[in-house]
Design a protein around this ligand. Sequence first.
Ligand code: IPE
Ligand code: IPE
Ligand code: MG
Length: 245
Amino acid sequence: MLKDKINTDNIPKHLAIIMDGNGRWAKQKGFIRTLGHESGSKSVKKIIQECLDLGVEYLTLYAFSTENWNRPKLEVDTLMRVLINSLKKELKTMQEGNIKMNAIGNLEKLPSKAQKQLFEVLDKTKDNTKMTLTLALSYGSREELVNVVKIISDKVKNNIISIDSIDDSIINEHLYTHNLPDVDLLIRTSGEHRISNFLLWQIAYAELYFTDVLWPDFKEQDLHEAIISYQKRERRFGKTSEQIK
Ligand code: IPE
Ligand code: IPE
Ligand code: MG
């Protein structure tokens, strides 16, 4: 079994996934695109469980980008409905798995029903400790960074911090992800080799893994393959291979 090949001492602490290919999956089967999103939500459930089992501490899922608001209204509505239903259904799973839910993005743009459901799950799971599951919703990395610049500029203007004190950690503290470590492994499904405005700052030293598998087809074994690939890599962070041995 592939899972047996995983080194349990070297599990990525923070795994991020760009869950892509729902629309193409549906189209290939002759369904409408929106059915792909329903099916994709089943993969989400499976992968959360498996990450929990493997001991991933932080799992971050790209569920809806700032750019995705430009999709046809029917599709945006479906995505929001799938989100609301999943949040409703999975609260029990979160509690049983001791999973703390977190959300990043411009959450105020979400329809009020989605916000309500989301904030309920955030609140009810806030004391859970085994894994932090972050949903990126109405998330765009550039928007996040623009916000950081605005907040820090305001603090400088009001003499709360000095320009000289601005460093990596000050920027980190002002990101939506301030309570998360850097990403160790970033997976993108569906054969696209791009980042699509996801966690640009936070993936500075992440290992990237691309697979042709479409998100609704992404199974536990696909996750195992990605982690095994990650474990074969040498993360040098600018140093030489000799230095880290
Ligand atoms: C990912 O699947 C889900 C979201 C972006 C919300 P897509 O809907 O992008 O599927 P493709 O890429 O069109 O196949
Ligand atoms: C990225 O997928 C966003 C999510 C997975 C939520 P897209 O399908 O929107 O990305 P592009 O537009 O193909 O780059
Ligand atoms: Mg896509």
